[in-house]
Design a protein. Sequence first.
Length: 252
Amino acid sequence: MITDPLFYALAVPAVILIGLSKGGFGGTATLVGVPLMAMAVDPVTAAGVLLPILVVMDLIGLVAWRGQFDRGIVRTMIPAAAIGVLVGYLTVASVSADAFRLTLGLLALWFFANWFLGRGRDRPARPQQPARGAFWGAVSGFSSFVSHAGGPPFQVYVVPLKVDPPIFAGTSVVFFAAVNAMKLLPYGLLGEFSPGNLGTSAVLLPLAPLATLAGIWLVKRADPAVFYRIIYWLLLPIGLKLTYDGATALLS
């Protein structure tokens, strides 16, 4: 089991933020989970520790938002996400931890830039486009496998559709519950469910239902706009740090 105090100093807020996201409040919060923890352990280990916690959060979310989801989005994006998960598995099995860290940092910076430039914020609702949905579903599956950060690619496609907030939250829960279920076998094949990782997951697990239920409560009562801004601004220093660490290690 991981015993480094720095890891837990980073992991506890990461799990709380992810739980709020899983509850539907601040869907981008999952972005900071693995990058935060990757500042204390290697990114693959961080992702392995988080996955069992995410599955528990998914189960709570499925109960809370049952029946509230868009079937067209789910039908389009989930099969494509399976391809992204497969690509993620093949990639993570063949690259170094430093290359993985660099990839994670660049993804964080890309997500920040996409938000900062405000692409598509004020456009009218866009109709569903299966080809576009399949592309972003695959990107979301890959990002989710690499760093449990499939939220922004999912949002790139779904947010412009301007579905009602409860449908958006429920659709997100159904989509990522399916994606996380797909990740269980490849993560097992990668050896990420070792006794040490599972023991660490168990220590953090009590935070999962509390944070998820808090997110469910907040999404029904609060405007998440300020929370979104905080999360995206956190991505900038985290992304720069991981990109710098990964690039300098690969170039040295």
